[in-house]
Design a protein around this ligand. Sequence first.
Ligand SMILES: CC(C)(COP(=O)(O)OP(=O)(O)OC[C@H]1O[C@@H](n2cnc3c(N)ncnc32)[C@H](O)[C@@H]1OP(=O)(O)O)[C@@H](O)C(=O)NCCC(=O)NCCS
Length: 220
Amino acid sequence: MTIRVLRRRYWLMRRLVGTSDLLMFRAVAPGLPPAAADESSGGSSVFVGSVGAHIDDVIASAPGAMAALVRARARMGHCLACLRGTDGTVFSSGWVTVGPAVVPFEAGLRLAVPAGVTYLWDYVTEPNWRGRGMYRKLLMGVIKHDPPGRAIVIYCAAANTASRRGILAAGFRLCGTVRIQRWGALRRFTAGGRSWWSVAGTVDLDRLRARSLEAEGRKA
Ligand SMILES: CC(C)(COP(=O)(O)OP(=O)(O)OC[C@H]1O[C@@H](n2cnc3c(N)ncnc32)[C@H](O)[C@@H]1OP(=O)(O)O)[C@@H](O)C(=O)NCCC(=O)NCCS
């Protein structure tokens, strides 16, 4: 068997079988009046929205496939959050979804976000701007922008140190861990010390959170 065939089989197996260990975090919008569309500080601004000049600029400057993705997500009602410099350079960006809504998730799953929850996903800092606090600043701006008292949820892979530290530095608190194991079309979830199976499809954020929070309660 050639190296090429072995490699192809390896990647096929990786798609069918695998484990994702995730950390779930929660913050509560601090009760300030909802911020205006932008929040300026130290030569950069945070913008959150699904329409407007900031999103048009991002679409205009993004490569073709990325521009199409941004346009499609905005059309579905997801809001783009971005931290930009005074010259319009995007340092860091990601998505803000207000539930009820369905968003892409890990392991080929989709996630149902319930009403009353704001869910943050697919954040990235441009490689040249990493390690300069851009992610932390963006997440802090997003928390401030959300209506008072609302639960804001974000997750990262347990191995993603930069993301975990940025999320914690922005004011989120760890609210639980979730393990997802892929076996072909089957998914095995472990959260809050309990496991359950499901077929690939849509998983409820409430269910993951409830199990995770239960575990926190037991530890406390
Ligand atoms: C994760 C990511 C968004 C962080 O962006 P960033 O703007 O570089 O993050 P920040 O500069 O705000 O740093 C956040 C924290 O991580 C730490 N950090 C940054 N880069 C790090 C690295 N490579 N390794 C370890 N820690 C790192 C910082 O020191 C900071 O921690 P501190 O507040 O305790 O000092 C960026 O690395 C990225 O785009 N990664 C690829 C996509 C990704 O993983 N997205 C996250 C999906 S949940």
